[in-house]
Ligand binder design. Structure first.
Ligand SMILES: *[C@@H]1O[C@H](CO)[C@@H](O)[C@H](O)[C@H]1NC(C)=O
Ligand SMILES: *[C@@H]1O[C@H](CO)[C@@H](O)[C@H](O)[C@H]1NC(C)=O
Ligand SMILES: *[C@@H]1O[C@H](CO)[C@@H](O)[C@H](O)[C@H]1NC(C)=O
Ligand SMILES: *[C@@H]1O[C@H](CO)[C@@H](O)[C@H](O)[C@H]1NC(C)=O
Length: 454
């Protein structure tokens, strides 16, 4: 790794103070001045203990109190874009696998009072520390990209944008960066939930319907999202605004941020419930072209939720990622669809996997063995702001790391998830499962941008 050696050399010749760093260094490394100076300043003070009202129950495997000081390689990784080469993903030229959690509530949460509200920093820090502790590389986060129609949304009403919504979104992106975790972000939802989705755009354009979630009347009204130019244009305006937003903590526009691995056209846009099939290829092409023009370094995923063999889905050359959601896992579907996506020279993603049911070990091993496919389990929650109680979410698929349970469900299934992430990363299966401190301890200066304290 040439750049790592370069940084090590630089560190060796530099004295921490009053060393004038040539601007070329930032160009070559992609690091900010802050990051280079932090790296050169030697061993920083570590995390500072913070009192916990409700400390972790089981600390027999140790405690993760916060992020480790990044190595030169890790700093370079968090400043590098994940790239696609055929069906493979790479980071700094090395194989990269998407593996980790869905965390849909990072931008706006419905499981708290008031409902909805932005999640607290404590919760977001705990969530990313948990992903990292479980050896995840990537998080799929709906509300980092889907945020319309609520007073707390990025776009509360048509054409009106709300900068306040970005405090939570920007913070989650910063924390992902600090933990060296990449993000995969859907841009619209197929359903009508609190964070908005395609039905919000339909409503804004005066087309009548009723219902929430997936229970919409009339059932085919969702088609207007794709077939009405004014609605497509409104959605494109939203996407343009969102990708051009500049993160208030990192100073990096979302479209230029290497923390973001890619954008997904949407969540579960197959509308399978009403049998109206995947989002039209022409629409996905139009959105892919827009995203690639704004963010040429980001990957783009077809959010149809489904590989539809025998359709023109693969003619869309700007789509990097295709895949399915699994409730429960299904080896037959995976084997067939992954082979088709690989033959089409793209990357396969099991974007949501039920972590409770079926023969997960066999399924996960099949994914790992491909060397190319990725997956995210559905879905991670943690403690509340006070770190005492777990935040409950009742879709039946909420996962809680090390949460006590009469049948030991979370611990047992959690080990399967962790072993899988280890296999995906080419690591040995861990034997220790450290608790994640809540709250995380106070971070040293090296880890956070100037002006922020965590
Ligand atoms: C410790 O375990 C108890 C009993 O299961 C639970 O109520 C509590 O929330 C746990 N504490 C933490 C910090 O998770
Ligand atoms: C769009 O889809 C809706 C619902 O299926 C249909 O009623 C309408 O005629 C379509 N509009 C166009 C322009 O195709
Ligand atoms: C797996 O999916 C196939 C279709 O691809 C279906 O026929 C089969 O019933 C599914 N198996 C399970 C166990 O759900
Ligand atoms: C254990 O967790 C599962 C999944 O969330 C839940 O259905 C079950 O009720 C839990 N058991 C106990 C005793 O809490």
């Amino acid at each position: 790794m040439v750049l790592v050696r370069f940084l090590t050399l630089l560190a060796a010749v530099a004295t921490a103070t009053a060393f004038n760093i040539p601007p070329e260094v930032y160009k070559v490394t992609g690091l900010s001045e802050f990051e280079v100076r932090s790296l050169l300043s030697g061993t920083p003070a570590g995390l500072q203990a913070r009192a916990a009202t409700c400390p972790a129950n089981d600390t027999s495997g140790g405690v993760v109190s916060g992020p480790k000081t990044p190595s030169a390689l890790e700093l370079l990784q968090r400043n590098a874009f994940v790239k696609r080469q055929g069906s493979k993903l790479t980071l700094l030229g090395q194989p990269f696998r998407m593996v980790g959690a869905n965390i849909y509530w990072l931008g706006l949460d419905e499981n708290v009072i008031p409902d909805p509200a932005y999640p607290s920093k404590t919760r977001v820090l705990e969530a990313f520390a948990t992903v990292k502790t479980m050896l995840g590389t990537t998080v799929r986060g709906h509300t980092l990209g889907i945020s319309v129609g609520n007073p707390l949304s990025v776009e509360p009403s048509l054409g009106v944008f709300n900068n306040a919504a970005y405090e939570a979104i920007d913070f989650a992106i910063l924390v992902a960066r600090i933990y060296n975790v990449k993000l995969y972000i859907p841009l619209v939802d197929n359903y009508n939930w609190y964070h908005g989705g395609k039905y919000q755009f339909i409503q804004w354009h005066g087309i009548p319907f009723s219902g929430t979630g997936a229970d919409i009347t009339p059932p085919d009204v969702g088609a207007f999202f794709y077939n009405t130019t004014a609605i497509v244009n409104s959605f494109k305006q939203y996407v343009t605004q969102h990708l051009n937003h500049v993160n208030q903590f990192t100073g990096i526009p979302l479209k230029d941020d290497p923390t973001i691995l890619g954008w997904e056209s949407g969540n579960e846009l197959s509308a399978m419930r009403f049998g109206d099939g995947p989002a039209p290829t022409a629409w996905t092409k139009e959105i892919a072209a827009l995203v690639k023009s704004l963010a040429p370094n980001h990957l783009f995923g077809d959010g149809s939720n489904g590989v539809f063999l025998g359709t023109d889905q693969f003619t869309n050359k700007q789509v990097d990622i295709f895949g399915d959601h699994y409730y429960p896992q299904n080896l037959t579907t995976f084997t067939t669809h992954q082979a088709a996506v690989t033959a089409a020279g793209r990357n396969y993603l099991a974007g949501e996997v039920d972590w409770k049911d079926g023969d997960l070990v066999t399924f996960f091993h099949a994914i790992a063995k491909t060397g190319t496919a990725g997956d995210f389990y559905w879905s991670l929650f943690g403690h509340d702001d006070a770190c005492c109680n777990y935040v409950e979410h009742n879709d039946g698929f909420s996962f809680y790391y090390l949460r006590p349970n009469a049948t030991n469900l979370y611990v047992n299934q959690g080990k399967i998830l962790i072993n899988h992430a280890a296999e995906m990363n080419g690591l040995a299966a861990p034997t220790k499962f450290p608790a994640v401190a809540c709250p995380q301890w106070k971070f040293p200066r090296i880890l956070v941008p100037p002006g922020l304290q965590l």
